[in-house]
Design a protein around this ligand. Sequence first.
Ligand SMILES: [Zn+2]
Length: 354
Amino acid sequence: MKIKLCKKCGVPLRVSRSQVWHENGVITEKRSPDMRMIFYESEHLDYLFHLLEEIIGVPLEHIVVESKRRDVKEYTEGMIPGPLRRVVRYIGFKPIAGMLSRLGIAYGFGDIKLVESRRRFAEDDYLVMTVRNPHSLLFFLGENLGAWEAIDGRESVIDYQEIGENTYRCTVRIGRHPMELQERLERRRYPFKPGDIHYERCSHCGVPLEIAEYRWNLEDGVIIDPRRNMRMALFSPTGFEAILDDLEAELGEAIPEAVIEAQRRNVKEHMQESIYKGKEYLDFKRMLALNGLGYLSRFELSEEGLDVTIQNSCIQLLMVGMVQGIYELARGVEKSSCEWELVPDGDLNISVRT
Ligand SMILES: [Zn+2]
């Protein structure tokens, strides 16, 4: 698989040519500035859902996959106009699989390969793909199914088996969805506020030089943050938010608190205390911005606790759990209390107290 890299900084051009790191803590697609992206720690994405399952005591896999499927299908249908989709339907899934593989490598989704597919426009048509080192197996299943359905046009299902270390064989077949999700309310959009984060940028491709320090392992489809030694992936926060909204619509209003709690535990298990102890505002502010998670405009640490405001926020429930977890790590406390509000202008206020 040929992936073009910037000859100056080594970042895949697929990333630096299509994404912009803005000064206000937001990453967007260059071509569609409404399309937000996050460069997010992906090592424990599936584990987060596992923790959430433990907390609420209900299996979630089918809801997560179905939510992702719906999101990706809608997105793909929006990106590829109907007549072109019909053309692709007859050419076959191969070009789409090639695109997924290249995207997988550049964006850190793992090593994705098309194994075989049969499409005779019959009921026993199928598609088999393998993924090694998926950033999230659940996301991958939903994405794969959604992309297939957008092109094929028929309702389909996906199953998987583990065939090696962190390697899965995923099969799409024509069939009925195991469940239908409720209608989702549209999220309110808000205009982004300006920011003043300055990046030194690659003179050739424009990516912030701090992003160029990340290691792209092109063979495995893995991106590593060398400072935190954590795996990263580049994806849309909207799809992530949609999953959390769908979980709430299906399972009720206890979900937001449970998501915060799952993320709090996730962060406490996996983030090293040393990174945050005694440091502060600037580092955290910069980390959030590089990850596209928003602009930290307030960070007040006192005897009583921590008060934070993140402007241009996204995946808010996860941010609340993250801030709470980081606070507990830094203070060495077992459990804190936390209040938060999302203001309609996009500001996320979080208050943690010991
Ligand atoms: Zn470059």
